[in-house]
Design a protein around this ligand. Structure first.
Ligand code: SF4
Length: 350
């Protein structure tokens, strides 16, 4: 067993031997479920959701949230039912009201606008996204050109690019590499969105290195521990699976990557579903082994509903495939902590 860590004092995960199957359950019918671990909530999502829930309890509704607090329909709808108002832009928030910024982060321009309009803000940006923002600032101050590998239009990419819009160029598709222009090839660095496919990102890096051999790498991994751990777990079981079901929303980057990784690692088919009710019975035709995992913004209750559904369909046994044990905690945002009773300003621990 080894321990891996990322450049944040609260991130830690014990890696177990790849593909270890913990339960060792016998499967007489031939129909089995492999359940990936780690899966589901990461510490950044847990902290962001906890932040909104505690803001509701502490200040009462309405609490405004800019964009979806995390990319999961169930989580967003549950908070909406409790009095949270989701907006696309801070201009929609009445002056003087409380607004929470989502886990994906915001650019300095958004902070400035909120301040001009007298909004009370709580920033629930994941500390691992903030880390990438700081890297952008550091390299921009040194006058580097920054090649940000990420998905065009994703909120995280908009926030990160906004730290130094004159210095950051987005590299999304393979063709984007040809369009990059830098001022000095000896002062170039690549950084990335936190929720990408590890393998695809390295393909893009190799393409960029062919053009810029002196390009620098990020000081530490930008793809976060949760994204990479969930990809390792799905890879460990995919080749044994006739079908991999990934629980997650269509706008969740890390969930969509899990479908791609499952297929690349040998799963015969793979689908992304928000709820068990979205599973099409025809997907199960001729299937013996079903893999199940979930994105970093998905509560485990939704995974258990999928397991219940599969068990109703005849898949009785569940074997957990464990590739890492995560022990990660992030303190709640300072702006919220100061208003919480002592000893209840807790952190999220997975
Ligand atoms: S997926 Fe990673 S970067 Fe995103 S909220 Fe979770 S821990 Fe933070």
């Amino acid at each position: 067993m080894t321990t891996s860590s990322q450049d944040a004092d609260t991130v830690e995960s014990d890696t177990v031997e790849s593909g270890a199957v913990e339960s060792g359950a016998e499967h007489s019918s031939g129909k089995r479920i492999l359940l990936a671990k780690p899966r589901g909530y990461c510490a950044g999502v847990d902290r962001a959701v906890d932040t909104v829930e505690r803001a509701l309890e502490t200040y009462g509704p309405p609490v405004y949230v800019r964009k979806e607090i995390v990319h999961n329909h169930h989580v967003v709808q549950t908070l909406r039912d409790r009095g949270v108002i989701f907006v696309e832009d801070t201009s929609e928030v009445p002056e003087g009201s409380l607004v929470v910024f989502s886990a994906h982060g915001v650019s300095p321009a958004v902070h400035e606008e909120a301040s001009k309009r007298g909004l009370r803000t709580i920033d629930a940006t994941c500390p691992l996204v903030t880390k990438v923002h700081k890297e952008v600032n550091r390299f921009a101050r040194k006058d580097y050109d920054i090649l940000l590998i990420g998905h065009e239009g994703h909120e995280e990419v908009e926030g990160t690019s906004g730290e130094a819009p004159d210095r950051v160029q987005l590299v999304d598709k393979p063709d984007d590499v040809d369009d990059v222009e830098v001022r000095d090839p000896s002062k170039v660095v690549w950084l990335s969105q936190t929720t990408l496919s590890v393998d695809e990102t390295m393909e893009r890096v190799h393409q960029l290195q062919e053009r810029y051999p002196d390009m620098q790498a990020p000081p530490s991994d930008d793809i976060c521990y949760a994204t990479s751990n969930r990809q390792v777990a799905v890879k460990a079981m995919a080749a044994e699976c006739d079908l991999v079901l990934v629980v997650g929303s269509q706008n969740s980057s890390n969930s969509k990557r899990l479908v791609e990784v499952a297929l690349q690692a040998g799963a015969s088919t793979s689908y992304l579903v928000d709820y068990a009710s979205e599973i099409d019975e025809s997907w199960l035709d001729g299937v013996d082994t079903v893999g199940v995992t979930s994105g970093a913004s998905v509560p485990d209750a939704l995974v258990f509903q999928v397991l219940d559904y599969l068990q109703e369909q005849g898949w009785g046994e569940v074997e957990e495939v464990t590739t890492a044990n995560e022990k990660v905690s992030f303190a709640l945002p300072r702006e919220l902590r100061k208003d919480l009773p002592e000893n209840s300003s807790g952190s999220s621990v997975r």
